[in-house]
Design a protein around this ligand. Sequence first.
Ligand SMILES: [Ca+2]
Length: 386
Amino acid sequence: MKIVYDSQRWKKQMGQLAGGVLIGLTLAACSTGPNGMQWPWVFSPPVAPPTRQPTQPPVTTPPRATVPPVTQPPVTTYPPGLHGDYANYPAMRQFIGKMNREHGFDIAFLEQTFSGVRRDGEALTKVGAPAEGQPWRAYRPIFLTEERIRGGVDFWNRYGALLDSASRQYGVAPEYLVAIIGVETQYGKNTGKHNVLQALTTLGFDYQRRASFYQQELEQFLLLAREERVRPQIFSGSYAGAMGLGQFISSSYRTYSIDGNRDGKRDLWNPQDAIPSVGNYFARNGWKAGQDVAVPASVGGAALSMAETTPKKPSRSLGELINAGVRPQGSMNSSRVSLIKLEGSTDEYWVGGENFYAITRYNPNAKYAMAVHQLAQAIRQRKFGL
Ligand SMILES: [Ca+2]
């Protein structure tokens, strides 16, 4: 699995940094070093305290609260230590200054870090052509494959205890935890080969359409690396910087990830942490235990105008939809529902409940949520023969 691959690669990289000294055999077997940090989760150089301007009086509270924006140090105070692909980007210098002011990152450390970043041209190409741009009839076969259904059953059998535990704790049926990991990474086989620091830097400074979003994720990523005491250079992920079995972006990683095996690290490449993290993600985004996710429907008359291709938070009752001409083809016990339209040569209509909407909090697209739902159902049917 990719997890093993990553682990091996980290060991190799860190081994080189440590002068070829190999410490420990597995992530789980890591021991605490003399400086209190755990190999290979070493974050070096350590984060320095916020850089103060000479004229600024000593403060004991965070600089953000005591230094209003109008008194921020001018750009000209930055040391000229930035090299490489982003050396001439004013926005990068502003970003470094912001990370220093707001989070206390050492400027020289950030300049050294970003001087080593190379532009990720593949990330720029991929971000313009996501799979969600395809019609449902082309999108569905990517995920509803025999290999992915069988892989889901295997994953469920292998990690049944972890899945049951997370399902009990977060109220999410195991097949949906399995399906998310299946859609995102084929059960850990493909967690992404992009260097996350390079991908986020590239999209943050070279992809103008969503520069603000990716700069925020880059900010979150650096905070995450510091919290986990990992060098930011060693993370691998998707072209958009998503990481681990469930492909969490940095802000989600910081907000929702769970240290399931309680080893002091939130390692989303490890199923022990990744599985409860996906459950927590759903629970914190409105998943209601025991509620139906979606059911196909026939639609006529006035109901057609209610259909949504981009799901919004459900606000209607099932009765409202039925009165408008929707005929659900099965049970739907969600108290609030939406009428979902999957566009294609023949449009499909579904009644989606609050849990369908919760899946779109993972990826705000009806086709994505439907692929997760249908894969979950297919895996459950295969496992139990129902
Ligand atoms: Ca852990």
